[in-house]
Design a binder for this molecule. Structure first.
Ligand code: FMN
Length: 364
């Protein structure tokens, strides 16, 4: 009974469970397809990919599943404009990171030509590849793009961190909304006010969004087991989007070190920081996060800091140094049990059913 909602009917899913997309190369074709084959919807975060790579990703997912899946992009914000920096200003910006470059024995990075592939090219690739769902964060695509999605039969899924953002997404004609509370791992994807001014928890946000819009609402943030899904559905959501618990599975593209850290006692302590990317995001508190806390205002803006921290991460990873890299993680880490995505899907479905079926028959 609980398995059929406005979301599953709209998308043709068997269960109202979405595997949230991961940016920064942490998504995988295998994980996306596995979740879709298991009756939920897998998502692939493609904001780091070129147009050609996006086309290849969609082809590869289609080879593995005929079920619905989502391709996810980041809508450009004011801070994504090409930074007008010379080498001297760049060197000044990355100065606070010098002790860590020294510690890892690496040369400081030089200013890149381009940080990420242009969004305009990425979104054209998404339209050309025609995935069943185009999901996005940090804003709303232009009316023209949304209109072309409708013409092509691509459903759209936007993310809101506040009720105002949810209403704006619905008014723009977006088909479904992820209401994402501050418990979630990764970036706070706010776009109307600053991320710091948009910190609502899932429990408060979801019912308010459900009351404010008519389109299907998906709860995200802090959900890692059947209890969380049952709670989300009880709050009026039509589905649950889960990130951290899928990131911890062997099928994600997270490094073994990152996945190991998600199961560590340290993962019970997460923090929101701008230090790892220039935008507010949640990860495991580690030495790098603590050391940069006082510098957040003077660190480079997004995407420069994201890119610089990425070069540091590559060196830290090669040396097995979890203390010097961003370890994205939500507040649900202590709930993680499964390391295999198929087993996770089975247990999510079974546990949600046990709770909601027991409630229906009065045995709860
Ligand atoms: C490492 C990581 C990367 C993420 N990248 C993206 C992304 O690129 N686009 C997006 O829409 N959501 C992204 N998210 C959010 C997830 O898709 C999902 O909504 C969120 O993790 C749900 O909260 P939870 O971590 O508490 O389960 C990311 C989350 C994590 C942990």
């Amino acid at each position: 009974m609980w398995k059929q909602t406005a979301l599953t009917r709209q998308l043709g899913l068997s269960v109202p469970i979405i595997q949230g997309p991961f940016g920064g190369g942490l998504s995988s074709v295998e994980l996306t397809a596995l979740v879709s084959e298991a009756g939920g919807m897998g998502s692939f975060g493609a904001h780091h990919q070129t147009a050609e790579q996006i086309m290849q990703t969609v082809r590869a997912i289609r080879e593995r599943t005929r079920q619905p899946f989502a391709i996810n992009l980041w809508i450009p914000q004011a801070d994504s404009e090409r930074l007008q920096l010379d080498e001297a200003a760049f060197a000044q910006y990355i100065q606070p990171l010098q002790p860590f470059f020294d510690e890892l024995g690496m040369a400081p990075p030089t200013l890149p030509e381009q940080f990420w592939p242009p969004y305009a090219e990425q979104v054209e690739a998404v339209l050309a590849a025609r995935p069943p769902v185009f999901s996005f964060v940090f804003g709303i695509p232009s009316p023209d793009i949304l209109q072309r999605c409708r013409e092509l039969g691509i459903q759209t899924l936007g993310a809101a961190t506040t009720v105002d953002e949810a209403v704006a997404l619905e008014q723009a004609g977006v088909d479904m909304i992820v209401a994402t509370g501050f418990e979630a791992g990764g970036h706070r994807v706010s776009f109307l006010r600053s991320a710091e001014a948009s910190l609502t928890g899932t429990f408060a946000l979801v019912p308010q969004v459900v009351d404010a819009v008519k389109v299907p609402v998906i709860a995200a943030g802090g959900i890692a087991d059947g209890r969380g899904i049952a709670a989300a559905l009880t709050l009026g959501a039509h589905g649950a989007q889960i990130g951290t618990a899928f990131l911890a599975c062997q099928q994600s593209s997270a490094s073994a070190l990152h996945r190991q850290m998600l199961f560590s006692p340290q993962a019970r302590y997460t923090g929101l920081t701008r230090a790892f990317s220039g935008r507010l995001a949640r990860g495991i508190r580690n030495r790098l996060m603590d050391a940069l806390q006082g510098y957040e205002a003077s660190l480079p803006p997004y995407p420069l800091q994201y890119w610089v921290a990425g070069t540091l991460k590559a060196a830290a990873l090669a040396q097995g140094r979890a203390d010097l890299m961003a370890l994205w993680c939500g507040q649900s880490a202590a709930l993680l049990r499964e390391t295999d995505a198929a087993a996770l899907m089975d247990s999510l479905v079974a546990q949600t059913g046990e709770i909601l079926d027991a409630r229906r028959t009065g045995n709860g």
